[in-house]
Design a protein around this ligand. Structure first.
Ligand code: NAD
Length: 260
């Protein structure tokens, strides 16, 4: 049985994944602000270091899987959204890489979002700051687009890292999921915000309903498992068809024809 770390384990998608994996006999080490094996705040450098240390102590330096799922959205401040969703997730993933390299069939599933293809990228320069690891400037410059910019940066970071010697070269598969609106403690309050409520209701969801956390957990379970042994560097949309609806030719994108 595998030992898997989940951040954001106390609620929503993280809690559903924890329940599913534990139900299969795996050992889960949960990280969250509260109600977790390791209680730590992933919004700052000290909290991230405490999270990594706490997980390493509990897994004796060997980890088979990781879901860096802790995240937040409106109405939290933009800089906190960026700090947790991107910098917290990447720091936890990089901090646990040596333990994953010692694991059996190790895999990581990052959590992006289908907001990445639903919303316009207003400022690619800010995404570059994320990817350069410049947290101070990224958090200072990011605005209302913090949520989907942080989730786009996560998907791009994952895709770039996945193919490197440090990750797949060490046998660690990195992939991501991009959930659509899923009914959790993060999304329920959004329905109370005037203006946002109507926008949420107007979202095109071909399947005709919001997702439920166990539906997302099942996909994470698959991507973490050896059944997904040949999947590397992919972001899988789990969104009831929204991404396909808004961008039917968005993916796959053919290689551009070389200019002569
Ligand atoms: P949730 O609010 O139910 O759970 C998020 C968890 O993250 C909470 O337990 C919270 O305490 C924890 N967390 C927040 N800030 C933290 C911090 N600073 N340090 C440590 N832990 C912290 O939300 P959810 O919907 O289950 O979201 C899980 C992930 O899925 C997030 O990354 C979210 O952005 C992503 N996501 C959710 C949806 C959706 O519709 N629910 C869609 C796409 C992506």
């Amino acid at each position: 049985m595998a030992t898997i770390c989940i951040s954001g384990s106390a609620s929503g998608i993280g809690a559903a994944t924890k329940a599913r994996l534990e139900g299969k006999g795996h050992r889960v080490i949960g990280v969250d602000l509260h109600n977790a094996d390791v209680c730590a705040d992933l919004s700052d450098v000290a909290g991230r270091a405490a999270a990594v240390t706490g997980v390493l102590e509990r897994c004796d330096g060997v980890l088979d899987g990781l879901l860096p799922g802790a995240g937040l959205a409106d109405p939290h401040p933009s800089e906190r959204i960026a700090a947790v969703n991107y910098f917290g997730a990447v720091a936890l993933t990089e901090g646990l890489r040596p333990a994953l390299a010692k694991g059996t069939n190790p895999a990581v599933v990052m959590i992006s979002s289908n907001s990445t293809t639903l919303m316009p990228v207003s400022n690619l320069a800010v995404i570059d700051l994320f990817l350069a690891g410049n947290e101070v400037e990224a958090c200072a410059q990011v605005g209302v687009e913090a949520y989907w910019n942080s989730k786009l940066a996560i998907a791009w970071w994952m895709r770039s890292a996945a193919i490197t010697p440090e990750w797949i070269g060490a046998g660690i598969r990195l992939n991501a999921i991009a959930p659509g609106v899923t009914e959790t403690n993060m999304t329920r309050p959004l329905m109370e915000i005037e203006g946002l409520k109507d926008a949420m209701k107007a979202l095109p969801i071909p399947i005709g309903r919001w997702g439920q956390p166990p539906e997302i957990a099942a996909v994470i379970d698959f991507l973490l498992s050896p059944d997904a042994s040949y999947i590397v560097g992919q972001t899988l949309f789990v969104d009831g068809g929204t991404d396909a609806f808004v961008q039917p030719r968005g993916y796959p994108v053919p290689m551009p024809v070389p200019s002569v």
